[in-house]
Ligand binder design. Structure first.
Ligand code: PSV
Ligand code: MN
Ligand code: MN
Length: 424
């Protein structure tokens, strides 16, 4: 056991006095504090298996040390995060990077750490060893039916693995696109994608969801066949009630109004979930909230408004996940930072005075509307998050505990300096 369970108690006892003062100061001003704390305690964000090791760019990869080399070790890492913050109770697997060899044993191992299996991700953007057909020119949209069938079969196989693990969702992201004008017949590519997804949808268990993720560009640079939320929504609508759009914050063209996209997808009942990360330029996959925390807050503002209007539970109605890549920081610390930033934005959005905001909107009082939003955004909610952690047995300050306990050093000792996580 890398993390001694008593260590959290000792740590919390040491910080309790300081925390209490900060919490009392901010909580006096908030009328529905207990409601917010309850919501914060419930709110969980899934961790992708591929974010637990060093990412890398197309120019290089500078490995960290003590990375999880096996699926068990990846689950162990998420268990570690969850023990520290009690906010990351699920792992999302990517096949074939994470083939479960003995699903029952893995399920047991994970549940012993309080972890379950979130969305399953298929991979038709890389060729695997021994694969018959290449995905160089796409997968589900390919001109050759044999390539499409191979990609369809892979997705069905991923569903089967997910069923064994107790997952309830298949997440499909396609690299399929083109890099040169004239390369593709757009309508044919879309129709092929649709009929391939329809075939996969037919194999989806009754209580599963299918998430269709979009991305504006990369790895191809002229067109992406599922390039934006319109194309994803079109597919999800044609597929049926179990299909939804997945929004990855890094997958838009610069300055896209993501909060407006989210608001309308929710209105249509077609928002499936999120991949949280942050970016300055493109799909930078940086720590959530490190560049545009106000945007993250505005997204949560729309999410809460839309979910409350439809009676969707905040903690279980949508798929919340991080999709980030870690090149400079320790992946586990970076993930703790992302979870914290996401929950800060969530807590701030819970503070918005909705009634006054509606009144301001109905009176075209632009100044009041802005003041109301910024009043919530500028509140320091960190003591609220800490209090929610304290009440669930998590650490008051997970990052400092991770560091003072030398957790990475212990992982290096156990796993070795050169262990490398499978993934991107
Ligand atoms: C693609 O950029 C993406 O965001 C998709 O979600 C993939 O599944 C993930 O990254 C990992 O490659
Ligand atoms: Mn993603
Ligand atoms: Mn991405």
């Amino acid at each position: 056991m890398i993390l001694d369970p008593c260590a959290i108690e000792v740590h919390n006892d040491r910080l309790r006095g300081k925390h209490r003062r900060a919490f009392d100061f901010v909580s006096h001003e908030i009328s529905h504090i207990e409601d917010i704390l309850e919501k914060l305690q419930k709110f969980q964000i899934a961790i992708p298996s591929w974010a637990l090791g060093t990412g890398g760019t197309r120019f290089g990869r500078f490995s960290g040390a003590g990375e999880p080399a096996t699926l068990e070790q990846k689950i162990e890492d998420v268990g570690l995060l969850h023990a520290l913050n009690r906010s990351s109770d699920a792992i999302s697997l990517h096949i074939p990077w994470d083939i479960p060899k003995d699903a029952n044993r893995l399920k047991q191992f994970a549940s012993g750490l309080g972890i379950h299996f979130d969305a399953m991700n298929s991979n038709t953007f890389q060729d695997q060893q021994g694969q018959q057909h290449s995905y160089k020119f796409g997968s589900l949209h390919h001109v050759d039916p044999a390539v499409r069938q191979q990609a369809i079969d892979h997705n069905i196989e991923v569903i089967r693995y997910g069923e064994e693990l107790g997952s309830k969702c298949l997440s499909v992201w396609l690299a399929d696109g083109s890099s040169f004008p004239g390369q593709l017949n757009f309508r044919q590519a879309f129709q092929h994608t649709l009929s391939s997804l329809q075939e996969i949808y037919r194999h989806l268990p009754a209580d599963w969801k299918l998430f269709v993720e979009y991305k504006a560009f990369e790895p191809y640079f002229y067109s992406t066949t599922i390039g934006d939320w319109g194309q994803s929504l079109l597919l999800a609508n044609k597929l049926g009630p179990k299909a939804f759009t997945l929004v990855d914050l890094g997958h838009h063209l610069p300055n896209a109004n993501i909060e407006q996209i989210v608001s309308l997808l929710l209105m249509e009942g077609k928002l499936g979930g999120f991949h949280f990360n942050d970016s300055k330029y493109g799909d930078d996959d940086l720590t959530a909230g490190c560049m545009k925390p106000y945007q993250l807050f505005l997204i949560f503002s729309e999410l809460i408004d839309g979910m409350d209007e439809k009676g969707i539970a905040h903690d279980s109605g949508l798929g919340w996940m991080i999709d980030a890549s870690h090149n400079l920081k320790d992946p586990l610390v970076d993930l703790l930072q992302s979870v914290e930033a996401i929950k800060i934005a969530y807590a701030q959005a819970l503070l918005i005075d909705r009634k006054s905001l509606r009144e301001a909107q109905n009176q075209n009082d632009v100044v009041a509307a802005q003041e109301i939003l910024q009043q919530a955004f500028r509140t320091d909610v960190r003591p609220l998050l800490a209090e929610a952690r304290l009440r669930t047995g998590a650490a008051l300050d997970p990052i400092s505990l991770f560091r003072t306990l030398g957790i990475r050093e212990k992982l290096v000792e156990e796993r070795g300096r050169n262990s490398v996580a499978t993934g991107l």
